[in-house]
Design a protein. Sequence first.
Lengths: 309, 290, 251
Amino acid sequence: MRRAARLALVGVAVAAPWLVARVAPGQQRYVVHVLIFTVLFAALALSYDLVVGHVGALSLAHPAFFGVGAYTAALLATRAGWPFLADVLAAVVLAGAVALVAGVPLFRLTEHAFAVGTLAFALVAWIVATNWVDVTRGPLCVTGIPKPVTTLPAWYWLALGALGVVLLLYRGMTTFRLGRALHAVRDNAPLAAAAGIDPLRYRMLAFVAGGALAGGVGGIYAHYLSVFCPEEMTIALTVNLLVIVFLGGVGTLRGVLVGAVLFTALPEVLRLAPTWRLVIYGALLLVIVIRSPQGLDGLFRRAASASGR
Amino acid sequence: MLMDVLEQLVHGLTLGSMYAMVAAGLALMLGVARLINFAHGEFFMLGAYAFWYGYRQLELPYAVAGALAVAVMVLWGLAYQRTVIRAILPRSWHVQLIATLATSIVLTNLAIIVFGTQPKEVPTALSSRILDVGGFRMAAQRLLVLAGALVIFWALHRFVTRTRAGRAMRAMSQNREACAVVGVDVQQVALVTFGLSAALAAAAATLVSPLFNIFPDMGTGLTLKAFAAVVAGGFGYVNGAIAASFLIGITEALAGSYLSYQYKDAIAFLVMIAVLLWRPQGLFGRRLGI
Amino acid sequence: MALLEVRGLVKRFLGVTAVDGVDLTVGAGELVSLIGPNGSGKTTLFNCVTGYLGADAGRVLFRGEDVTRRPPHRIARLGLGRTFQHVSVFDRLSALENLLVFLQQHQEESVLARLVRTRRVRRLEAAAVERARALLDLVGLGPKSDAPAGSLSYGQRKLLAFAAALMPDPELILLDEPAAAVNPTMINQMKDHILALHRQGKTIVLVEHNMDVVMDISERVVVLDHGQKIAEGPPAAIRRDAGVIEAYFGR
C-alpha cells in the first residue's frame, strides 16, 4: 500500500472517535465500543495468524493463551493490586511461558495429532478455568477488574496502541530473514532443514510469540470489560479467529485486518443473538474455506491481477 | 472397596462402548475416505435428539424410536456427504478440518435454537431397572449398552469382511488409486462408509441416551475423545480405535471417581497426549485398512 | 582422513532391511556415483547420512566428526548440501528468495539478528543477494529470479534446487538423481555444472539411474543391491562386472 494512503488510514483510525462524534453523535458510545472490540480482535487475530498463516501450524489452542493472559491480569489486579501496565506485561509473560511449556510436547506430534492435541489443550485450560473455583471463581467469573482509563475514546486509543505494538511485532516477524525462515518451514519443512533451518525452533517461536501476544490482548480485554469468565475461552473463540483469518486472507496483514473489521462490524450491523451469530459465522467459514481459502484478500489480488494492475 | 472399583469399571465400559462406536465410524471415514470429520460428535448429538423425539414426543416404543434415530441419521449422513463432504474430500486436511469444525458449530448452535439448552432426559424401562448381582448394583441399561456394542462390532466385522461393499471399503482404505482403476466406484464407497458411520453414532446414541442427559454441545467433547481414540489406535485402524476408546472410557471413569470428577476429562486428554508422545504412531502402530 | 565415512550402516523398516551394513568412504574432491536397481537402498542411505532417517546401526562421520542420527539442519550447517529425489523447492517464495533461505542460516547465529535489521545484517543480506543472482545466472534462471518457484517448469525447478544447494558453498554435495525426468539438453547442462563443481574442488556424490551420465563423469562407482554394496571401482570395471550385470538384468 502506498505511503500516503497508509498514513491517511492511520490518521482516520486515530481520529475515529472524533469523526464518529461528528457523523453520529447520538451513537458515539456504541460505535466506539464496537471499534474497541474491532481493534482488540484485530490484534488477537494477528497473533493467531503468526501461527496458522506464517509458520503453518494449525493450532486450536489459542483460547487457552487468551484466557491465561486474561486471568493473570485480572487476578493480579484484583487480588494483588497490581497496576494495569504491570499486570498486562505479566499476562504476556505468563501466556508465553505456558505456550513454551505446552509447545514442547505438542510439536512432537505429527500434523493431525498436533491439531487434536492443541484442541485438547484448549479444552483442558477451559476445564481448569471453570473448576479451579478457589482461584478463578469458575462460572462466577473474576469481577471488579479496575479500569486504568474511564472514557471510551481513551480506551480506544489504548487498544489502538496495543494493536500498534502487535502490528510492529507481526511485521518484524513475517518479513525479512525471520519471515523467510518461517515461510520456508511452512512451505517445505524438510527442505528448510536441508537449508540449515530448524523447523521446531521456528514453529516454537511463532507459537510462543502468538501465545504471548494473545495473553496480552486477553489482559487488556479483561480490564476493559471489568469481568472475565471461562466462557470467553471456549472453542467459539477459535472459530471466530478462524473466520477472521480465513475470511480476510490467511497469512496476509491486510487480509487479517479486513477480516477483523468485517467480523466485528457485521454482527453489530445485523444485531443478531449470539447463537444465530455463530450459525452464520460457521456457515460463512464453511463457504469461504471451500470456495476461497485465500479469503477476500485472495479475491482482491486475483481481481487486481486480472485487471492488469 | 471392590464394589466401588467394579462399579467404576462398568461405568468405564459403558463410556468405552459409546466412545468406541463413535470412534469406529470416525476411523472408518479416515481409513476409507481419508476424511477428517470434526462434526462427527454432532452425529451422536443429533441422533440422541432424534431418539428423544421419537421416544418422548412421538411415544414410540424403544426399539422403534431407536430405528427411527438410526434412519434419520443415515439420511442426514448421506445428505451431508453429498453436499459438504463431496466438496472437501479432494482438499487438504486443513480445509477438511476447518470446514467440518465450522459445520460442528453450525449444528451445535442450531440445536440450541431448536431444542434449547435445557438437557433432555430419556429414561427407559431398562435404565430405571437396577440389577443386583450379589450386592453389586448397576442399571440394566448398561448391560444393554455393552451387549449392543458387541453385537454391533460383530456385525460391522461381518459387513467389512463378508460383503462386497465391505471389501470395496477395505480396498479403498489400502489403495485408492488402484480402486478407481479396477472399477470400484469411489464416490459410492465413500457414501456407504459415511452412512455406516452415521448409523454407528446413532446406534450409540440410542443405547446410551437413557443413561445420560442430552444437551446441544455434547458433541464437541465426544468428537475430541473419538479423535483421541482414532489417533491413539493408529490412524484409520478401526480395531485400534475401538481398543483405545475402551481405554479412554475406563481411564475417565477411574479418574473421575478416584482423582477428580471435575477434572476427569482434562485427565483423560492429558493421558491421551502422553500416549501420543510415547508412541507417536499410535498404540498399535500406523496401520491403514480395516 | 576421508571427508565422508559411512561404517556398517543399517536401516530397517517394518521387517525390511533397506540398508544392510554398508561401508562407504569418500575422499575430498572425489566424484562418486552410487547406483543400483530400484529398491537397493540408495536414497535411504542418503537420508541416513543427511539426518532425515535415524540409522539403526553403524556410523556416519563427516570430516571425522560423528554425525550419526544428528538432525538434518545441524548436518547441513556443517557443510553438507543435498538435493532431493522428487524435486523440492519453496513454491511460494521467489527463485531468488529460495536461494537466500539457503544462505541466511550460515551467516549469523541469533534469532535477534534475523529480526533486527542492523547494518551488519543488511550487508550480509546484500552479499547474499549478490551471490544468489550469480548462481541464478549460472544455471540460466536469471530472468526468473522474481518468479514464484511454483510457477517454474520441472527442469527449471531442478536447476533451482541445485543452485540453492550450492548457496552455502558446501564442501560435500549429495545429488539425488539430478538427471531424472529431464530432457537431454538439460542433462548435458547438469553434467557440465557437476563437472565444473568438481573442477573447483568440491566433493560430489550422485545417486543416479542414467548410466550414460554415471559412466561419463564418475571417477568411482559404488553399486548397491538389496541394501548391500556389491561392487566398487572405476566406471569401466563396473560396466564389466558380472555381479552388477546380474543385479540389474538377472531378475
